[in-house]
Design a protein around this ligand. Sequence first.
Ligand code: F0G
Length: 355
Amino acid sequence: MAGILERYRNFYDFPADFPIISLNEGNTPLIPAPKISAEVSRLSGQPDVQVFLKFEGLNPTGSFKDRGMTYAVSKAVADGHTHIICASTGNTSAAAAAYGARAGLKTLIILPGGKVALGKLSQAIMYGAAIVEIDGNFDQALDIVRALGETGKVCVVNSINPYRLQGQKTGAFELCDVLGDAPDDLYIPVGNAGNISAYWMGFKEYADKGISSKRPRMCGYQAAGAAPIVHGHKIEKPETLATAIRIGNPASWQLAEAARDDSGGRIDCVTDPQIVAAYQFLASREGVLCEPSSAASVAGLFKAASLSQVQANSTIVCVLTGNGLKDPDSAIEYGNPQRAQLPADSDQVAAFFGL
Ligand code: F0G
């Protein structure tokens, strides 16, 4: 299927000869989650809660960033840029490097040293980006990107580039298309706060055009050690094992607050143990391996259920923003290994399996 700019062309005003750089992103599955639904009903005491997972890990570079990057990079090409640049906790850089490679642009990446999952770093290396790891966090990397962007020599493709959010709003379109209407609640991880803002734009646009009959409550979840919006102030030294959302000064802070307030939703936080529990539940009970940061949406839903914030008969979508294969170290650390190394002997193997 064509990528998001072709499929949702009517929602954009780019010219007919716009140079679309696409890897056929989008069209990701909306997977029913019966075990999570049952757990939410159990925790909340509310019957008939239907939970779906929007699995963005099945995009071409394994995260939702591809939806925004197709537009940002196409626009960079249209504007005659030769270089794109971004700061990243990993996924933005993987997407930028892939779309940059496809467009024939040079991609420059600034990463928080030692805090990017292995798969994401491998992607950026293979796609051929130039990579600087700083002795600092994402927020400091983004400050450097903003400064370099002002030289006019490079096109910034972080979500401060408005085309990123315009592309990412198609996640909301797709799930409304599949459900036949907007859900009642959307649960989504919050880091730099672009994606919650983009989904809200998408839901508003569908409702304004009469394609959907309602707008969901936007329920965003930060990691407890990196929860500036929840606390109402910047966090100088954000810390969480969910490295993708290890951010203390989100660029789209105000937009995210507006999404929360206009939708009657909430932005709350979940602890690292709650994130790990949801990460394990998703993989071992639903068969869906996302990365730890993505599991913040489901951890948030479990928390909301225990706080009686979930309503009976509601349809809920949790956005799983990235693929678990990007972070094999976390899978190995937090998985529940049932492994053994044995001689090539069927009796011993059978004994280990309990057969
Ligand atoms: N989930 C994943 C897997 C992410 O990579 C990110 C952000 C988020 C959630 C949060 O989304 O920033 O729009 O609120 N990753 C960025 C990056 C910061 O550099 O890849 P957000």
